[in-house]
Design a protein around this ligand. Structure first.
Ligand code: HSE
Length: 434
């Protein structure tokens, strides 16, 4: 350890399950951290709303005045409050005065990332945020640094553990969404208010961060098409099973290249059927996994715990060590990379594939009426399966790739055909050749 180097002074904003683990790990291995960074690390304050709720934190460190803590004598601010305000103002204050930031705040980065980067750039401070996406999994640093020399074409993954737990349980039990959500709440996998997870907001913020890094383009949460899992039915899961597929909530960020070579970025979060043989299909419980396709590197998969105190603290501490190392050598981490600034493609124009399961009348001409709707919308069919059931038949169609709006219109038209008794399931298909 370099005993001569002044300590790196760390302020912690927020001390929930992640912050508590960060403090514990820093406290348990001070010499290790000092050896790794080249200077001792010293926590100078912990800002919380209710100090009496934190008996584990030494009393002299606790404060309710986060602003004063950030403005005080600190080198690095670790933000684990979450949400937009006051986190945004506090981090801008820190960055503008040259203090580096480590944050796990995906919502803030997905909405105000550029503002934070600009403040960091202006003062020469660092901003690191590995814990904001996929918890413990080293993913953002690989995108930001290890793959900086490659051309990434696709990032697709399971980035929300709560919804993965629910969909995995629905798949294995055949139970409905509502009862599985209740069970997830009882087991501690779903929050009391699960909206951010089940409606896809959490995953959309993460998709915005992933797309920004992968494609050197500013993508915000509002650019991400978002559908949650509350409309997924046991019928969807059963329909997927029939074709040896399973349903996952996916965040998909792609580079789309038109025939004339024009490039754009698509970012979306929605449930999708994937083949059971796909590596993402085997990701169960609350785990996260992300598939990256890059031109030179080929396919890469990142897998691990996407949430939880200790796993997320691991990512925070990795960032803290990186920032401390930069401070010791007067170096700087990566800046914002938004030079490509590709347009974001609207969902309607994004190429997707649909799996459509219908109950239809079992009589002559039905298939041709349904097929005519696909033809009308210039949607090519890849697979058709029909099974008679007395007066009715089950008809499953899987399409080739087409603009999402064309597929959606096709389904709307099919639903209006008198020979179609019920549209049992409509879901996008991912993870297989188009
Ligand atoms: N609530 C998130 C999840 C973890 O269920 O994965 C934090 O992003």
């Amino acid at each position: 350890m370099n005993q001569d180097r002044a300590p790196i002074r760390v302020a912690l904003l927020g001390c929930g399950t992640v912050g508590t683990e960060v403090l514990r790990l820093l406290h348990d291995q001070p010499d290790e951290f000092a050896a790794r960074t080249g200077a001792p690390m010293l926590v100078t304050g912990v800002a919380v709303r209710r100090p009496h709720k934190h008996p584990e934190v030494p009393e002299h460190l606790l404060t309710t005045d986060a602003q004063a803590l950030v403005e005080g004598d600190v080198d690095v601010v670790v933000e684990l409050i979450g949400g937009i305000e006051p986190a945004r103002s506090l981090l801008l204050t820190a960055l503008r005065s040259g203090k580096s930031v480590v944050t796990a705040n995906k919502a803030l980065l997905a909405e105000h990332g550029s503002e934070l980067y600009a403040a960091a750039d202006a003062s020469g401070a660092d901003i690191y945020f590995e814990a904001a996406v996929a918890g413990a999994i080293p993913l953002l640093r690989p995108l930001r640094e290890s793959l900086a020399g490659d051309r990434i074409n696709r990032v697709m993954g399971i980035v929300n553990g709560t919804t993965n737990f629910i969909l995995s349980a629905m798949d294995s039990t055949g139970a409905g969404y509502a009862e599985t959500l209740d069970e997830a709440g009882r087991l501690g996998y779903a929050e009391a208010d699960p909206t951010a997870d089940v409606d896809g907001f959490d995953a959309a913020a993460k998709a915005a961060i992933l797309a920004s890094l992968a494609f050197h383009t500013r993508v915000t949460a509002s650019d991400v098409h978002r559908e949650g899992i509350s409309a997924v039915t046991p019928g969807d899961i059963a329909a997927a099973r029939t074709l040896d597929r399973t349903v996952k909530l996916l965040a998909i960020c792609e580079r789309v290249v038109d025939e004339d070579g024009t490039e754009s970025v698509s970012a979306r979060v929605h449930p999708a059927m994937i083949p059971r043989s796909h590596p993402l299909a085997g990701v169960g419980d609350a785990f996260n996994a992300v598939f990256v396709e890059a031109e030179a590197a080929g396919q890469l998969m990142f897998y691990g715990q996407g949430a939880g105190g200790a796993p997320t603290a691991s990512a925070v501490l990795g960032d803290l060590v990186a920032v401390a190392r930069n401070l010791v050598v007067a170096g700087k981490g990566p800046r914002e990379s938004a030079h490509a600034q590709l347009p974001v493609r609207p969902m309607g124009k994004t190429p997707t594939r649909y799996h459509i399961s219908l109950d239809v009348a079992d009589k002559a001409g039905v298939l041709s009426q349904v097929a005519a709707m696909f033809n009308e919308h210039d949607v090519s069919i890849s697979v058709v399966r029909q099974q008679g059931r007395g007066e009715e038949a089950s008809l499953v169609v899987v399409t080739h790739t087409a603009p999402d709006a064309a597929l959606r219109s096709t389904v709307d038209k099919i639903a209006q055909l008198p020979v179609v008794r019920e549209v049992v399931s409509v879901m996008r298909v991912e993870g297989e050749p188009s």
